[in-house]
Design a protein around this ligand. Structure first.
Ligand SMILES: C[S@@+](CC[C@H](N)C(=O)[O-])C[C@H]1O[C@@H](n2cnc3c(N)ncnc32)[C@H](O)[C@@H]1O
Length: 191
């Protein structure tokens, strides 16, 4: 059964958020990077513009930029309501408000959409999904995985986590995963 557009919940983070989440310094940004589950994040677009070397993989890349843009339009208001309703549990301090966070997310996703068609042609956005990434033995310096592993600990079982982390280690010399908390803000049971 294939990945359906309705399963995609586009909520992409900015380049600056990726640098903060993964403690990426200047030297890291010069490495060859595999971004796993990057979805509509702006990291690939901005890093490429800066001369970086990155490939992002996500099952959502099977869809066109038009389909992803349409899905963003469908769910964006609802996501903002969910953020506002959960504001006390989320760290909104650096954004100020749910609306401000929404603006950052929308800017990041717009940046992604502007880059997606070109990036897909260049092989920078590839439709692969954990736990198996079907590249030919390509080796990266660094693999990053944001807001998939550990976060969805209820939906993705221990076996999926172990296979996925081993797969990331197969492709990259170093792997960084964020967060290590689940959706209830507790340390993942799979950690
Ligand atoms: C919450 S989003 C995070 C997007 C991005 N990493 C960020 O932090 O802004 C989760 C992403 O995981 C992707 N995803 C879902 N299942 C996946 C799998 N088995 N392997 C890789 N990516 C997956 C989704 O398509 C979605 O883009």
């Amino acid at each position: 059964m294939g990945f359906k557009l309705q399963q995609v919940v586009p909520w992409g983070r900015s380049f600056e958020e990726y640098c903060a989440m993964f403690s990426l310094g200047e030297q890291d940004l010069q490495k060859s990077i595999l971004g796993v589950a990057d979805g509509p994040a702006a990291f690939n677009a901005v890093l490429t513009e800066q001369g970086g070397n990155i490939i992002s993989v996500d099952p959502a890349y099977t869809f066109s930029s038009k389909q992803i843009a349409q899905r963003i339009d469908e769910i964006f208001e609802d996501m903002l309501i969910q953020v506002a309703n959960n504001a006390s549990q989320l760290r909104l301090d650096k954004f100020g408000s749910a609306e401000a966070l929404g603006r950052v997310r929308m800017q990041a996703m717009t940046r992604f959409l502007q880059d997606f068609d070109t990036g897909k042609q260049q092989g920078r956005y590839v439709d692969h999904e954990l736990p198996v990434i079907a590249f030919d033995a390509k080796q990266f310096d660094l693999a990053l995985c944001s807001h998939l592993l550990f976060l969805y600990s209820d939906q993705l079982d221990r076996d999926f986590h172990i296979k996925s982390v081993l797969e990331l280690c197969r492709f990259a010399k170093e792997v960084r995963i964020f967060p290590l908390l689940d959706l209830s803000h507790q340390t993942s049971i799979h950690l």
